[in-house]
Design a protein around this ligand. Structure first.
Ligand SMILES: N[C@@H](CCC(=O)N[C@@H](CS)C(=O)NCC(=O)O)C(=O)O
Length: 205
């Protein structure tokens, strides 16, 4: 059984989408980051960077219980454990990994900063808003180009790259993004939104 420590944020939902997709039994442990529960010592034992998501799998490699944090590492772990949502062909696999890393290094952190300065900053900082809104526009443009001739991020097959990117794209209003200006992303969002396990994963916790 997998224990998922999460909250209703894009990074958390990457993992609930994956677990729903794999039809694996899992228990959800909400960590209310608005109440600083991510700093509780019991949680820090699992996620030393005090952030969700994290998992505990009592059927890990070598039959050991493993704790895992960082959503990209968790997605990769679950993909390799199940053999699903990651290509076996080495070149296609690299493509999947580069888009996963693109999300982990850019489409998450930069959009996260846009969320912060557009919605949560205690004072208005126009320079920061401009910087991160411009970067969000640029990243959405990159994604739009990638999706111009594909159903999913790396082609015809769904992969962990889709699961990593989708929950962030769904927060477009917080990024001051008009999805109509990115028609290929918009079409992919619609496609993803019709998948039942994606819908379920987006409701967790
Ligand atoms: N690179 C990390 C980022 C995780 C992250 O930023 N989690 C946020 C919620 S989306 C969090 O737990 N924030 C609490 C805090 O910063 O104290 C991952 O992808 O897992």
């Amino acid at each position: 059984m997998i224990d998922l420590y999460t909250w209703g944020t894009p990074n958390g939902r990457k993992i609930s989408i994956m677990l729903e997709a794999l039809r694996l039994p899992y228990r959800v442990h909400p960590i209310n980051i608005l109440e600083d529960e991510q700093f509780a010592p019991t949680f820090l034992n699992i996620s030393p960077n005090n952030k969700i998501p994290a998992i505990v799998d009592n059927e890990g490699p070598n039959d050991e219980t493993i704790n895992l944090f960082e959503s990209g590492a968790i997605l990769l772990y679950l993909a390799e454990k199940s053999g699903e949502f990651i290509p076996t062909d080495p070149i296609a696999k690299l493509d999947c990994l580069q888009w996963l890393m693109w999300q982990m290094g850019g489409f998450g952190p930069m959009l996260g900063q846009a969320h912060h300065f557009n919605r949560f900053a205690k004072e208005k900082v126009p320079y920061a808003q401009q910087r991160y809104n411009d970067e969000s526009q640029r990243l959405w443009g990159v994604l739009n180009t990638q999706l111009a001739d594909k159903s999913f991020i790396i082609g015809d097959e769904l992969s962990i790259a889709d699961f990593a990117i989708y929950p962030w794209a769904m927060r477009y209003e917080w990024q001051h993004i008009d999805p109509d200006k990115f028609p290929y992303v918009q079409a992919w969002i619609t496609r993803m939104g019709h998948i039942e396990f994606v819908q379920r994963g987006m409701q967790v916790p």
